[in-house]
Design a protein around this ligand. Structure first.
Ligand SMILES: Cc1ncc(COP(=O)(O)O)c(C=O)c1O
Length: 408
């Protein structure tokens, strides 16, 4: 087991690089993507050299080996989320692709004019736009349940909408990429099912900081991106409960997703391959295995404890800065905090922080409606990963104070 923070950091070549002389970049944009552990980098290079052949097609040994690595990635995901079968794991190119796939396949089968789709007000564009497109195609209605001033879900309002009986699918973030609040997804799952709706959880941030057991929290669908969980970009997951997934038609057509094809018609492969048309990003998908091995080999309670101490410290110190407003300070906080500061533009703050060696996100964070609800057009976001330290948090606060003294 990888125990202390120095050991964790030693797994990340990026953290060993110096920038601008001997200064190391403090990387606080982990909600966008994480740095990669050596095991992922090495496996990529090894498989490109030794196991590069198209998957699920040919019978020669090299192709069998590539397929094994690809399927090992799928099995690692199954274990991570405790899915009942690896056939419930559809491999995609990321959360965005997963939600677009779901909106298309679920929509085609189950959504009719007058049906409703229910989202929270705290969603990433990836969990809004595909549903808007589905509504435009089908005549369904998109509805939102509110998040309060403190960023927490109003579950009473969600229940009132569900009780009207028209909602077919609920889709909401496990952890918002702006508010950083761990949402009560178990309660929302119970509510959705009580009123006959299915539920999809956007786990892009949730899988990293909370994890999910899809049997304990029996959501119908769960999606996430590999690249936020230390795997390569271009990898993602759509988990779907098998009994439901099996009822759904394919979306993209092409190689690998078929059973038999004639000039006139096609019968489709069983799940999950029915949803994986064409050559997948197979080496990147295979890195889900070393990435998940890394995630499960750290001392998880200790990492969570470290993240909590850093989050508490940042919340306390940020709250003490004159004119600084944290967006969504209620509930249980993941190590992801967005804020604005009176008299200082978010882009200027991020630009100057970069000059001082701290990488943070600024702007709309792909959540324009949520920011607009809070009367904002942008914010600064710090988001931590397992390799960040308290010293980095202290250095960030020192740099932020200097930046604000320059700007105000
Ligand atoms: C909550 C949430 N949903 C969806 C996404 C989209 O993920 P991707 O760009 O990897 O598809 C993100 C990315 O930041 C996110 O934070």
């Amino acid at each position: 087991m990888i125990q202390d923070i120095d050991q964790i950091r030693s797994h990340f070549p990026y953290l060993q690089c110096a920038r601008g002389g001997d200064r190391q970049l403090i990387y606080f944009d982990n909600a966008a993507t994480t740095q990669k552990p050596r095991a992922v980098i090495d496996a990529t290079s090894r498989w490109l050299q030794e196991a590069n052949a198209n998957v699920h097609r040919a019978i020669y040994g090299l192709a069998a080996s590539a397929t094994e690595h690809y399927e090992a990635g799928r099995e690692a995901v199954r274990g991570l989320i405790n899915a009942a079968s690896k056939d419930e794991i559809v491999l995609t190119s990321g959360t965005t692709a997963s939600i677009n796939l779901l909106a298309n396949i679920y929509g085609q089968k189950y959504i009719r004019p007058g049906d409703e789709i229910l989202l929270s007000e705290g969603e990433h564009h990836s969990n809004i736009v595909p549903w808007q497109m589905l509504c435009a195609r089908t005549g369904a209605r998109l509805r939102y349940f509110p998040v309060g001033e403190d960023g927490q879900w109003d579950l009473g309002a969600a229940e009132r909408i569900l009780a009207e009986g028209k909602v077919k699918i609920v889709s909401a973030a496990h952890i918002s990429n702006v508010l950083g609040i761990v949402n009560p997804v178990g309660e929302l799952t119970v509510l959705a099912h009580r009123y006959g709706a299915v539920i999809h959880l956007d786990g892009a941030q949730g899988i990293v900081h909370e994890g999910i057991d899809v049997q304990e929290t029996p959501c119908d669908f769960y999606s996430f991106s590999g690249h936020k969980l230390y795997a390569l970009t271009g990898t993602g997951v759509l988990y779907g409960r098998r009994s439901l997934l099996e009822t759904l038609p394919p979306w993209m057509g092409g190689g690998e997703m078929v059973d038999t094809v004639t000039y006139e018609r096609t019968t489709y492969a069983p799940v999950p391959l029915r949803f994986e048309a064409g050559t997948p990003n197979f080496i990147a998908a295979a890195t889900l295995k070393p990435a998940i091995d890394f995630v499960t080999s750290v001392d998880v309670p200790q990492v969570r404890e470290n993240e909590k101490r850093m989050t508490d410290y940042l919340m306390r110190e940020l709250n003490a800065v004159d004119g600084l407003r944290i967006i969504g300070s209620g509930g249980k906080k993941a190590p992801l905090i967005s804020f604005t500061v009176e008299g200082a533009h978010h882009s200027d703050i991020a630009t100057l922080l970069d000059k001082m060696g701290v990488a943070v996100r600024s702007g709309q964070m792909c959540s324009e409606p949520l920011l607009a609800k809070f009367g904002l057009t942008g914010a600064v976001r710090v988001s931590l990963a397992a390799y960040n330290t308290m010293q980095e948090c202290e250095a960030f606060m020192g740099a932020l104070r200097k930046v604000l003294a320059m700007l105000r």
